[in-house]
Structure formats: C-alpha cells, structure tokens
Design a protein around this ligand. Structure first.
Ligand SMILES: Nc1ncnc2c1ncn2[C@@H]1O[C@H](COP(=O)(O)OP(=O)(O)OP(=O)(O)O)[C@@H](O)[C@H]1O
Length: 875
C-alpha cells in the first residue's frame, strides 16, 4: 500500500473515533501520522520522520509493537485518550480496525499508586447521581444527593482521572464544566445515561438482583452507574471484569467537607498544590501503596458514626501500645504487593506469570500477619477480627495452587513456555520430556559426527534462515559423508543438513510450538481461576490496606505523642494542650486549650496579626477531623463531640478566585456555609468581611455572628480584626471572647513578643502597625501610621495631610469617624478661609455683621432664605 493510502486509511480511522490520538499498527510498528505524529514527537520525544508518496509528504512517528504500552501510559496519564487500531489478516492481505480506546479513567497499566477514578455525574428527576469506578482496583461506588455542592465535594474528595457529565448536567451552572476538578471531561453518548438502559446494563453485569441487594433504587444513581459501565465496556480495554462489586454509600455516612474546606485544611495537598506539608503527607507512614490509598480515603472521608470511629480507635490504640507487634506487622506488610490491582490485572487478562507470583507471595503474608496479631497485645483489639475477615482457607489453597504451578523464575512473556513447574500437568511434562530428548540428540550431534567422520572443525548450530545445520571448515569439506546435503557456502566453511537432522529439527520446532501453546493455554486457565477469586483477592487486599493504615496512624501517634480522643455523640469540643498536627512537626509549638460546649458554642478569636489565630482555628478543625477519621489527635487530652460537617472560610488565595473578585468568592463561601451548616456542625471563619469597606465588613461580620448564634446554633470559631465585634459577647449568651496573647506594647515603639497562648477575653488592640514594621514597610509610613492610630484612638478623627507634609506641612481637612465626613476643625481654623469658596465667604461675612437683636423677624427670615439661595447656587 502506498504511503498515501496508509495515511488515507489512518485519517479515515481517526475520523471514526473521538479519541485525541490514534496509534495504527503497520506490521511490527504502531505508527502515528500527520498531526498526531508531530504531537507525539513533542510529547514523547519520538523521532518524527517524513513519509513521502505521490509528491506529498507526511510526518510519521512509530513505536515497535511490543513497546506500545509505556508510550500509551505516558500519553494517557497526561490526560489524552488514545485509540489503538490493530492489523489482522484477511483472505486478500490485511485490514485494520480500532480495537480499543485507552482513556485516563480506564487505564490499567499505571504505576501511580493513588486511586484512579472514572466518574459519571447525572441528574434525573431533580436528583444527582454520582458513580465512581477505579478499574485498577475494582472499586465501584454510587451515591445520590439533592445538592450540587455535595457532588462538587465528593468529586473533590475522589479526585477522578476522567469525568463523564451526563446530558442533563452539562449546562448546569452549579456544576461548572469538569465540576471543579482538573480531570479531562468527556461528552459521552447521551443514550448511555438513560435510566432504563443503564438499569438493564447493571443487571446484566452484576446479576439480576443487584440493585435491590445494594439498595440502589434512585434512578439518578442507576443512570450514573450504567453510564460508567457502558463507557468501560466501549473503550474495550478489557477492564470491565475488574468491576466485580457494586457498592452504594450515603453522603450522610461521612463528615461533610465542602471542596473549599478540603483545600483550606490542606488535607492532601497544600494551598500551593504540593503534597509535602499536607496533613496526609505528615501522617502517612504506610508501607504499601494500598495502605496509602486507604489512609487518604479516611482523611478525606471521615465518619459520623461513633461506633465505626471507636472501632478504628481501638485498633490504633492497640497498635500504639504494642510497638514491637506493630513493627512486626509492618515488616510483614512490607512484603505484600498491591493485591487489589493484581486482581484487576488477572480479571482483565493482562496479568503475567510474575504477577501471579506476586499474588502468591502476598497471600503468603496472611499466616504471618495472623500470627503477629494473635501473639501479642493486639489479640485483645478488633485487629484479629479484621485479619480473619477474608476467607483464609481459600486464600491458602489458591496460594498452594500457584506455588505448585509456577516456575520460580518465569520468563516475562506468556507465549514462550517455561512458565510451569514439572509435575503440574502430565501432558506438559510429556511434551517437555520429548522436547528435551530431541534437544539432547541435537546437543550431542556435533561430538557424535566428529567421532564418526574424523572431521575436527565441525559444529552444529541454529539460526533463523537456515534452521539447524552442520558447519564444516573448508579444509575438511572433502571428508564429509555422502548423506550431508550442502545448503550454504560461506567464506571459510560450508553448511550442511541431513535427512535425520531435518527430521529432528522439525520435531524440536513442533514440540517447542506445542509446549508454548500448551503453556499459554494452561496459563490462561490458571489466570482465569485466579480471576475467579477476584473478590477474595480484593478482600485480602483491602484488609492489608486497612491494617497498614491503622498501623500508620499508630506509628505517627506514638512518635508525636498524640492521644486517643474521647469521642462523644453529641457533645462538646474540649481540648487540653492541643497542637496543630502539621505545624508542630516544623516549629517549637506552644500548645493551647480549647473549650466549646452548649453554653459557650461561639468563640470570637482576636489577637494581633501573625499571633496564631488561623493556626489555632485550623488546629481545632483538624483535631475534630482526625478524631472522626479514627486517629489519635495532637493534644494532651481531647473530648470530641461528633459533628456532621466542618465548614471553613479562610482568606482565599487570589489565584483561586478564578476571575471573580476575592470578595465575591468570600461571600459565596459564606453563603454556602450559612446554607449548609446545621446545629451539629463546626464552622471556622477567618476574618469574614475583610475584603470590602470597613463599615460594610463590620456589618456583615456582625450579622453573620448573630445568625450563626441565633439561627444555626453550631460550634463556631470566628477570628476577626474588627474590635467592635468583641462587644457581642456581652449581648449573645453563647458568644465568648478569646485572644492570642502577646507581650510588650507598640505604643512606645516597643517590640512585641508572640506568646502563642490563647487566653480568655478580647485582645486590646491589633498591633497591625507593628507587623507592618516587621515586614519592612518604610519608616516614614510606619511612623505616620502610629500618629494616625493615636489620633484615631483619642479623637476618633484624623486630619488629611497634603504634599510636603512633615512638621511644617499644611493640613487641609479633618475626617470625622463619627459622621463619616470631612469637617472643619479648631486646630485648622487659620487655614479655613483659604479653603472656602467666595460665595460662602461673603455669606459668612454678612452673617457675622447681622445683628439679630436689631433686625425684625420678617427681615431675618428673608435674609436667611436669600443666603440659602446663594449658597445653593454656589454649589
Ligand atoms: N501555637 C503556636 N506555636 C508556635 N507557632 C505558632 C503557633 N501558632 C501559630 N504559630 C506560627 O505563627 C505564625 C502566624 O500564625 P497565623 O497565621 O495563625 O497567625 P494569624 O493570627 O492568623 O495572622 P493574621 O491575622 O495575620 O492572618 C505561623 O507561622 C505559625 O506557624
């Protein structure tokens, strides 16, 4: 076929798919042409050549057939969808067709240990359905909700690799494109989201009774789950079977954490998008990637149910006390592979012999793990129950089967033989015996022929074109026996074959092929049997991940001297000597107490800038979050009343505003909190109202405090620089003032020291000028700020200065804080005349000259009216 034709075929196939790129098999290579070639050339550093034909040239880039996977992976992990067209034989040559489309949400071959969810969102009858599938582990979850904010929050928690918005949500303003994630968004076939079709698909895949048994009755949930299944099936990458179980969850099982709060509390990444410095990075001591995934899940989805939380805490407590047993368990876990992912590879048919050996070795850890748990103080905890949950007997027999089957060091491909141990299969053993016998005959042939013929320079070898041959040096070719048939002449030697050699060669090749075929078949059967145990493998994998995450929490608790929180439901939040879990690892941290209960549910936190208000408030939120995740907390003692949600509003980074004004973002977040928080929530507000004019800001902060106190009734921490607000504590019974203390005073330019301790009562002032000085604001500005501040404090008024200020500068007007206007002022009287307009001056002069006693009332009235008219005209 001409290049023109190939490129034409490529372009035609490309038009069939909505994938971003197409890799088309051409013999031993997968080729990209035209724009795709240039694109992959740049992205993957592939060499781009020019294919010319019929006067046209086309860019072309290719990779060998066996090397496609890593290139695909690199492209897909960057968010591209790649279609693969394979070549197949036909009666008159060959043809090509697209066999699969590899996409970010369906990529199995990933080395990234974090979960990779494919998400579908849809709205049916006013409810949202959200389905999340991780094909790499087989996890498949569905939930439904009325609130778009919850959909956004869930997507933020799961951080999907690819999102499929259904037709009904694509124009939904409350779910902006990509619904707040930076994952690729695919406009997938509308029909796949239709509830009826989705329902059928789910029943076909999971079995007739599945929807009832998992309690999935909501049509929105069915539609979302069905769309995910359809998409996974249609991309054709063989991962559909990895989805073995459908699970539903209720967003009410977990602590409500809106997307903003997840970001503000820096749970999995910092405000600047780095993992380092996040809560997860700080507390993660897991030894397996599955354990890391589990810990992430716990921190982003803490629980509300006290029993679940207490059970987790019981295990962490046991691990925290039993250091030796904990180390032993972590050593055992260190030998475990990612079983959930291996199970998915088995079901998709991509597992090779090394993968099955990894499964064997991981199953091998079960008895050791059970022993480590049974022979220690851990025996009294829920841990033995967790470890015993998967079916250990079946696991042991699967392990034994794999051990008996697989060779200790199998080759990397599954087509060449050498995968199995002797004794596994009689037919295979027989083939191997015959093969080795034939190989033995060939291996001994050279020696036998040398002895028989007396030729010294004789060897037997094999290559691709000539097959097996006997090679004799030129000096001795006269001595070759009659039955040698010459097949090739080289410079110094000749190659021969004989009838018997040809016969033996055919036998070896036949046996080799038969062995490869049989082993491939046996391997497929073995892999299928392993895949048949996918649920068991997933159970074991999840159990190992859970134990790893629990041990990790205990490891951190022990190393940082954390304490077990007493979880009560409902109840106060009382923390003695609490610390911020992340800041304490890098700072000499000053611990602080906190007390919030039904009589004192709202704390107004004041204190100078930089004193530690934000840290104190985030620390409170993180202690609650950690406790509900089942973790110990950084404190001497802590009593944590379970909350249903944590809502925070802290100074947004400007770049997060995404085109909206920072104040607008602030108000949207406040609005969301005031709508969502309930009596059972914890609300943390950092300087609400700061982004606008002072009086507006104070008014908003004031009204917010009243609303939260009177209407919502939740626990709340509110940091503010508006001193005026502290007066609210006198009027609202549940509001109390606390402040972060400092020593020293800036009145006499004295330095202040941040004590970082939180004390009862409001702070006396804000020390903002001092921080300005610390930050290196020029001395004239700092000095003048101090003057202004003094005047404001004393007179509630400040004069505005014109250019050339300093000791001899002119004062032009005085701003009165009481009236909010400029006014004339005694201190500036001498300059007043200079600043009045001529009409006013004349009117004033006439007024001064008028004698009230000597003028009749009617005259006075007339004059006053006339002055008013002149002043009005003069405006
Ligand atoms: N208890 C503490 N012990 C030690 N260091 C602390 C403590 N609390 C806060 N810090 C440190 O003090 C610095 C300022 O803290 P933070 O940002 O919480 O102050 P702030 O009062 O909220 O400031 P601003 O009002 O300017 O926003 C941070 O670097 C923080 O790490």
């Amino acid at each position: 076929m001409t290049a023109d034709g190939i490129v034409g075929e490529f372009l035609a196939l490309k038009a069939e798919t909505d994938a971003d790129l197409l890799a088309m098999q051409c013999g031993d290579f997968y080729e990209f042409f035209a724009e795709d070639a240039e694109f992959v050339g740049d992205e993957l550093d592939l060499k781009v050549s020019e294919k010319s034909s019929h006067g046209s040239t086309y860019p072309m880039a290719g990779v060998p057939v066996d090397d496609l996977t890593p290139y695909l992976k690199a492209l897909v992990e960057r968010g591209y969808r790649v279609a693969v067209a394979d070549q197949y034989e036909t009666d008159d040559g060959h043809a090509r067709e697209i066999t699969r489309v590899v996409t970010p949400g369906t990529l199995l071959e990933t080395t990234d240990p974090t979960a990779r969810f494919l998400a579908a969102v849809v709205a049916v009858d006013g409810r949202y359905g959200l389905a999340l599938a991780d094909v790499t582990t087989g996890e498949f979850l569905v939930t439904t909700t009325d609130a778009a904010a919850e959909v956004r929050a869930e997507l933020h928690r799961f951080d999907p690799a690819e999102v499929l918005p259904g037709p009904t949500v694509r124009d939904d303003d409350s779910l902006p494109n990509g619904v707040g994630t930076d994952a690729p968004v695919i406009e997938y076939d509308d029909a796949a989201f239709a509830p009826g079709r989705a329902d059928r698909r789910l029943r076909e895949h999971f079995g007739e009774g599945v929807l009832d048994s998992v309690g999935l009755t909501d049509r929105a949930g069915v539609a979302a789950a069905g769309a995910v299944l359809a998409y996974v099936d249609e991309t054709g990458v063989g991962v559909l079977d990895a989805l073995t179980r459908l699970g539903t969850y209720d967003t009410g099982d977990h602590l409500d954490l809106d997307a903003t709060t997840q970001r503000n509390l820096e749970l999995t990444e910092t405000m600047h998008g780095e993992r380092e410095g996040s809560l997860l990075a700080t507390v993660d001591h897991t030894v397996t990637s599955a354990g890391g995934r589990r810990l992430r899940e716990w921190l982003t989805r803490p629980r509300r149910d006290r029993d679940v939380i207490d059970r987790r805490l019981d295990s962490v407590a046991a691990f925290a006390e039993a250091a030796l047993a904990r180390d032993r368990v972590r050593e055992v876990l260190d030998d475990a592979y990612d079983l959930e992912r291996l199970a998915a590879r088995a079901t998709s048919g991509s597992a090779d012999a090394t993968d099955l050996l990894s499964i064997r070795d991981t199953l091998d850890t079960l008895p050791a793990l059970a022993d480590a748990v049974a022979d220690s103080r851990l025996a009294e905890s829920p841990l033995p129950g967790i470890v015993d949950r998967p079916d250990r007997e079946t696991a042991a027999s699967l392990r034994a089967e794999l051990d008996a089957a697989l060779a200790p060091d199998p080759p990397g491909t599954v087509t060449e033989g050498g995968l199995f141990r002797r004794g596994y299969d009689d037919e295979l053993d027989d083939l191997i015996d015959r093969y080795e016998e034939a190989r033995g005959w060939l291996d001994g042939l050279a020696d036998r022929e040398k002895a028989r013929t007396g030729i010294t320079h004789l060897q037997v070898d094999r290559n691709k074109t000539d097959g097996y041959y006997i090679q004799v040096g030129n000096s001795e070719t006269d001595a070759v026996p009659e039955e040698y048939r010459e097949i090739k002449t080289l410079k110094n030697s000749k190659r021969y074959t004989t009838d018997e050699l040809a016969e033996r060669e055919r036998e070896v090749l036949r046996l080799e092929e038969a062995r490869g075929d049989l082993e491939y078949e046996l391997f497929g059967e073995l892999r299928d049997r392993v895949a048949g145990h996918a649920e068991l493998l997933q159970d074991v994998g999840r159990m190992l991940a859970t134990v790893d995450a629990l041990a990790s929490l205990a490891t951190h608790a022990a190393s940082q001297d954390w304490t077990r929180p007493e979880v009560v439901e409902p109840g106060p939040l009382v923390v003695e000597a609490g610390r911020h879990p992340v800041v304490e690892t890098t700072t000499d941290f000053v611990p602080n107490d906190l007390h919030l209960d039904s009589d004192r549910g709202f704390l107004l936190v004041t204190g100078p800038n930089m004193s530690g208000k934000s840290t104190y408030m985030r620390q409170a939120a993180l202690i609650v979050l950690l406790a509900q995740a089942g973790s110990f907390v950084p404190a001497r003692t802590a009593t944590v009343g379970v909350v249903d949600g944590i809502y925070t509003r802290v100074g947004a980074l400007d770049e997060l505003a995404g085109g909206r004004s920072t104040f607008m973002v602030e108000m949207e977040e406040l609005s969301n909190i005031l709508h969502s928080a309930t009596e059972e929530s914890l609300v943390v507000l950092d300087e609400v109202g700061r982004g606008t004019a002072t009086y507006d800001g104070i008014s908003i902060a004031w009204a917010t405090t009243e609303y939260i106190h009177n209407e919502v009734g939740c626990k709340c921490l509110f940091a503010t620089h508006y001193h005026e607000l502290t007066a609210l504590a006198d009027h609202l019974p549940r509001v109390e003032n606390v402040h972060v203390a400092v020593a020293g005073d800036d009145d006499e330019d004295g330095d202040i020291t941040f004590l970082r301790t939180v004390e009862e009562g409001p702070t006396d002032r804000s020390y903002g000028v001092h921080v300005a000085e610390l930050a290196g604001v020029p001395a004239p500005v700092v000095d003048r700020s101090r003057d202004v501040l003094d005047r404001l404090r004393e007179d509630r008024a400040i004069e505005a200065r014109g250019a050339g200020t300093g000791d001899g500068g002119t004062t032009q007007a005085v701003f009165d804080l009481g009236s909010g206007d400029f006014r004339t002022d005694g201190t500036a009287a001498a300059d007043d005349a200079a600043t009045l307009d001529p009409t006013t001056e004349t009117v004033l002069a006439e007024l001064r000259e008028t004698s009230v006693a000597e003028t009749s009332p009617v005259d006075l009235m007339t004059r006053v009216r006339e002055w008013q008219d002149r002043l009005d005209d003069g405006d």
